[in-house]
Design a protein. Structure first.
Length: 344
């Protein structure tokens, strides 16, 4: 087991190195390279899931679904029952989740950014491990969240709600994205400059906004809410740590340059707003840490599009790419060595 874990760790850093090289090299067969990256990530996701901290939970959920017990999202229940027709193990189910999580994110990124390779690097270094290797239901849900964002600049409500519905099917926390349809994609209003300070005021006054969940009379959501409440009794959340502080600083850099970024990308305004809402949700839901992480991470998936905006802000592209590589390396080390999302 120790040897397998060490090999897996080496593989993660090797793939990181290869993805870093894509920032500096040009390829004749670029489409083939992108397809190869997607294929490798799918295989790595499904093979690594055995070592993730959530593996035991997902196996137990699979066994419950096969036994006819519906305790979680309907999508997991139906897919588990379907997979059981062909296999007596959850491997095929985990493969389906890996395929959906990685390919849908790739499709969304292809539409949301011109910096596809930088976004894939940032994605691999954090959200790939967090979602597609570990929290596989959130992995597929966040992929559809990204797809729903592609509909926002044109206010295509039908397209938005189709992808939002799919996101909710895979993780009920995606209900939080439904109000995003009202976001104005033309400009950033002054209120967004004050949302994060307002969040800290709400936290300081001990106002529990998470209590709104108790008024949603849907059995599965209430089960989740009660579980989160029980976990909150033994959990603590550090609102001001290096990562959260860095994200807040980045929010204000984006707010400072939003007009310039809006000229570069038609998605910039809505994505910046969603990123600010991600930081806000982490603060105002901090009385229930699991909820704070779930919601902020689901909205924070836009980070894989936003961090490469550094290449817009720094004129020297080589320096910008080096900064991106170091940020990605920091994410990877944080995820693998500090948070230990995978049981190394």
């Amino acid at each position: 087991m120790a040897t397998q874990v060490f090999i897996l760790l080496v593989v993660f850093y090797l793939i990181f190195f290869i993805l870093s090289l894509t920032l500096f090299l040009k390829f004749r067969q670029e489409i083939l390279i992108k397809q190869l990256i997607v294929f490798v990530l799918i295989i790595l996701a499904v093979l690594s899931h055995n070592y993730s901290v959530d593996y035991g939970n997902h196996v137990a959920m699979y066994n419950e679904a096969v036994a006819g017990i519906l305790k979680h999202e309907i999508s997991y229940y139906l897919l588990a029952r379907f997979v059981d027709l062909f296999s007596g193990t959850p491997f095929l189910l985990f493969l389906l989740y890996a395929v959906m999580g990685v390919t849908v994110k790739y499709k969304a990124l292809s539409q949301l950014t011109e910096f596809l390779f930088p976004s894939l690097l940032i994605y691999f270094s954090y959200f790939f491990i967090l979602h597609d290797v570990t929290q596989i239901r959130a992995g597929v849900s966040s992929a559809f969240v990204l797809m729903s964002i592609t509909a926002l600049p044109d206010r295509n409500k039908f397209r938005f709600f189709i992808f939002a519905f799919l996101a909710v099917l895979f993780h009920y926390s995606a209900l939080i994205i439904l109000p995003l349809i009202f976001l104005n994609g033309n400009r950033i209003q002054i209120i967004y400059f004050f949302l994060i300070p307002l969040g800290f005021i709400i936290w300081a006054l001990n106002i529990n906004l998470s209590g709104f969940l108790s008024h949603i009379h849907f059995e599965q959501i209430q089960v989740k809410y009660q579980t989160y409440l029980q976990l909150a009794a033994s959990e603590q959340i550090d609102l001001i740590n290096l990562l959260s502080f860095s994200r807040i600083i980045f929010c204000y850099i984006l707010l400072w340059k939003w007009e310039y970024l809006a000229e570069k990308s038609r998605y910039a305004v809505v994505i910046i707003k969603i990123y600010i809402l991600s930081s806000l949700s982490f603060i105002v839901f901090s009385d229930i840490p699991t909820l704070a992480f779930r919601v902020s991470e689901l909205l924070g998936i836009v980070e894989i599009v936003l961090i490469p905006y550094i290449l817009y802000l720094i004129k020297n592209r080589t320096i910008g790419k080096l900064i991106l590589s170091f940020i990605a390396l920091g994410f990877l080390c944080l995820t693998l060595l500090y948070e230990r999302i995978i049981a190394f």
